[in-house]
Design a protein around this ligand. Structure first.
Ligand code: AP5
Length: 215
């Protein structure tokens, strides 16, 4: 069983690498960002509450996020393990996750930190396009769809995420540096941290992660 946590600045490529790793190791994906975007699309109570935070690039309150992850970890099945993407992001979330894993008797295999410089991220987020239906991610330069503006998988329209507009991006980056980056020390102390260079092509990043995990 492989239980992974993937961390990195907004736009570092967490979602892109998660998708490749899920397919490779047959893992269960827990992306708090995707969960919130789905709830917003459904216009559920959680979605209505989360929308206020996501649209401006702020973090959703810890209690709501911890409850969601706790519920998923307790109720879903993940025979080959899971990939946590975008969680934890604060001290309180890291503590809550430690408690949940202790309670369930689960150990993390590794915490992957995808490192990318700010200027690269800004270009990645400005060019990111996502499918309005299935959420598949593209980039206008690095990973364009076959037909401009249309998803290769489901044929729906590609859109820009509301939080990829410049003001939200700067806010997300500042929040990452203040609240999330310090968690890397927490995982380094536990001997779990694996730092990878996220400025390589996405295939190279993936190959490096797999090679190091398989070692
Ligand atoms: P979330 O969805 O987690 O967003 P994020 O951390 O800001 O990360 P992104 O999805 O923006 O980027 P990514 O690293 O996945 O990059 P991607 O692979 O798409 O969270 C969104 C919001 O939800 C938060 O702001 C918050 O409001 C809320 N939220 C979520 N979790 C929460 C929590 N735990 N607590 C509280 N609130 C929470 O790649 C980016 C682009 O670059 C793409 O276009 C891609 O094609 C391209 N690309 C990727 N890799 C490469 C490469 N190697 N070379 C070239 N291009 C690449």
């Amino acid at each position: 069983m492989i239980n992974l946590l993937i961390m990195g600045k907004p736009g570092a490529g967490k979602g892109t690498q998660s998708k490749k790793l899920l397919d490779h190791y047959q893992l269960f994906h827990i992306s708090t960002g995707n969960i919130y975007r789905e709830e917003i699309k459904k216009d559920s109570l959680i979605g209505q509450e989360a929308k206020k935070y996501l649209s401006e690039g702020n973090l959703v309150p810890d209690k709501m996020t911890n409850d969601i992850v706790k519920n998923v970890l307790r109720t879903e099945r993940y025979p080959n393990g899971f990939m946590l993407d975008g969680y934890p992001r604060t001290d309180a979330q890291a503590d809550a996750l430690d408690d949940m894993l202790d309670e369930l008797g689960i150990h993390l295999t590794a915490v992957i930190n995808v490192e990318v410089k700010d200027e690269v991220l800004l270009h990645r987020m400005a060019g990111r396009r996502v499918c309005s239906n299935c959420g598949q991610t593209y980039h206008v330069d690095y990973h364009p769809s076959k037909v401009d503006g249309i998803c290769d998988y489901c044929g729906h329209k590609l859109i820009q995420r509301e939080d990829d507009l410049e003001e939200s991006v700067m806010n997300r980056l500042n929040i990452y540096k203040e609240k999330t980056k310090p968690l890397l020390d927490h995982y380094e102390r536990k001997g779990l941290l694996m730092v990878v260079d996220g400025e390589q092509t996405s295939d190279e990043v993936f190959n490096e992660i797999v090679k190091r995990l398989d070692e």
